[in-house]
Design a protein around this ligand. Structure first.
Ligand SMILES: Nc1ncnc2c1ncn2[C@@H]1O[C@H](COP(=O)(O)OP(=O)(O)OP(=O)(O)O)[C@@H](O)[C@H]1O
Ligand SMILES: O=P(O)(O)OC[C@H]1O[C@](O)(CO)[C@@H](O)[C@@H]1O
Ligand SMILES: [Mg+2]
Length: 479
């Protein structure tokens, strides 16, 4: 259950500020223990900015009701799970809270003078085009913004020769049905000075940055430099990661679509394995440092015999190893399905010194193909231990097929709410922030905090325990 609490009007909600006049209590939690993770605001360094009434007041189709506009006292608690035995160390002494995302009665931009920029960075993810579409339509329809520019091909689009594209609702109207990013994306090309100079020279005053963990680390630097130069420019990040490796938020958009798409590969692997004598279906799924796609695909499919993720090291030979497990499973069922995340098992794959150093343009390590390596190890093992017996490994690597698709309905809705959260937040003067769902409610969080937060699979929790009991796979803890 979400715990969005409306405080009585707070007197001091500055960075780390926590005081409220009446110190109310909720189920034994004193509000004085709440620590606001307040997003930065333009007035932190431009204290005399003018405010404007929210144009939603004048919207001819919609009349804001009581409570429609949020204030600084509308917050969402980060933690909603507690152990009521008071001595437990699971309970924090302070409760982190984020500002709820949504429209504010007063805004800090004259919509007629807004020049908004949208950029997409990093790998593709289902729903990127939906976010762009909803940013454009939302800025245009809700606030009457008319200058919206799409930058081409990631961060380098700020300063490259490619001219930004003028966007309007007509141009973007069916983008939510298209996979990829119509603005194009790229890795690398982060040149801080050139980017911030370009923001100044092109007179952008709202910058919407859609990207993953690397992109958010870049957004922190852009925000810091904008603040250092005291520019009236709001920066907002919208987390995009098919791997679901960004922390704090419940889930990143596009992730569920990717899990849906992965089912097709797992089903095919299952059919191939079942139709062979001693058949193994092997599927490799995306997940550089986190195994969320692999884990969720395993739990959704129920045809998976073993799920291998980067957070849980595995080994092949000996007691409790993968080969011993497969030996039993093949004897029992005649077939088995393995699903492996691309970042799993990387330490076991032999590689040259040059391969160890290899990085992509953004500085991410380049992985070797764990699926291809596993397939060859499985074949070696079988011919060594069962010479002459039939054995088949069918390896399926759907790679980009799970992310180069339009978002499903759930992800599309998430994209819409994210875009609207970003627009309302920026209009309200927030900057250096990221929007996302926390405990089911959309919030504005400091970009610095999100850029530092990771989201590994917790192999100590019940979800991973459930994977183990669904598959009965070994825990790979050498005894
Ligand atoms: N520490 C950093 N500082 C500044 N810029 C960065 C940093 N890390 C990455 N970037 C830039 O952010 C952009 C995207 O980074 P990256 O390729 O790692 O993808 P990402 O945003 O993490 O998305 P994903 O991993 O989900 O595809 C690139 O332009 C890269 O140069
Ligand atoms: O080949 P590209 O476009 O660099 O992207 C591949 C990577 O992007 C991701 O989808 C997201 O980081 C990873 O799962 C994958 O390793
Ligand atoms: Mg990344």
């Amino acid at each position: 259950m979400a715990m969005a609490i409306a405080f009585p009007e707070a007197t001091n909600l500055g960075d780390g500020g926590t005081t409220t006049p009446q110190q109310p209590k909720l189920d034994g939690v004193s509000f004085s223990q709440v620590k606001m993770q307040r997003p930065p605001h333009l007035t932190d360094y431009l204290p005399h900015l003018k405010t404007f009434p929210n144009p939603l007041d004048q919207n001819q189709f919609f009349h804001p009701s009581n409570g429609f506009y949020l204030t600084t006292s509308d917050v969402v608690l980060r933690q909603i799970i507690y152990d009521l035995s008071s001595s437990s160390s699971a309970n924090p002494s302070q409760h982190l809270a984020y500002q709820r995302a949504g429209p504010r009665k007063e805004i800090f931009f004259d919509p007629g003078h807004v020049r908004a920029a949208i950029v997409t960075c990093g790998g593709l993810c289902p729903g990127v085009n939906t976010v762009i579409r909803e940013l454009v339509v939302g800025l245009w329809e809700l606030y009457g913004v008319r200058e919206i520019l799409g930058l081409k091909a990631g961060y380098r689009g700020f300063y490259s020769m490619a001219e930004p594209v003028a966007l309007n609702p007509k141009i973007v109207h069916n983008w939510h049905k298209i996979g990829g990013t119509m603005l194009e994306t790229s890795r690398g090309g982060f040149d801080l000075d050139k980017i911030v100079n370009a923001i100044q020279h092109r007179c952008f005053n709202q910058v919407f940055i859609i990207g993953g963990d690397g992109t958010m680390r870049g957004a922190v630097k852009i925000f810091d430099e904008i603040r250092r130069r005291k520019l009236n420019v709001a920066i907002v990040g919208i987390p995009k990661t098919v791997d679901n490796d960004v922390g704090i938020i419940d889930r990143s958009f596009g992730f569920q679509t990717a899990v849906d798409m992965a089912q097709q590969a797992i089903n095919a692997a299952h059919v191939e394995a079942e139709s062979a004598v001693n058949g193994v279906g092997l599927v490799k799924l995306m997940g550089r440092s986190t195994g969320h796609i692999t884990l969720h695909s395993t739990l959704s499919s129920r045809d998976v015999d073993c799920c291998l993720i980067p957070e849980n090291e595995f080994y092949l030979e000996g007691k409790g190893g993968l080969f011993e497990f497969l030996e039993h499973r093949l004897k029992q069922n005649g077939h088995a399905v393995l699903v492996v995340a691309e970042g799993a098992g990387q330490n076991m794959i032999p590689r040259s010194d040059a391969q160890k150093e290899e990085r992509d343009e953004s500085g991410n390590p380049v992985f070797l193909d764990v699926g291809g390596w596993l397939k060859s190890e499985l074949k070696k093992w079988w011919s060594r231990d069962h010479p002459g017996d039939l054995f088949t490994v069918k390896y399926i690597d759907p790679t980009y097929m799970i992310r180069a698709v339009p978002a499903n309905a759930t992800d599309n809705l998430n994209c819409t709410l994210l875009a609207h959260s970003a627009i309302h937040g920026v209009m309200a003067g927030y900057t250096g922030f990221v929007v996302g769902p926390v405990n089911g409610n959309y919030v504005c969080m400091p970009v610095q905090e999100v850029a530092e937060a990771k989201n590994p699979v917790n192999t100590g929790d019940h979800k991973w325990a459930w994977v183990r009991s669904v598959t009965n796979q070994p825990d790979f803890l050498r005894s």
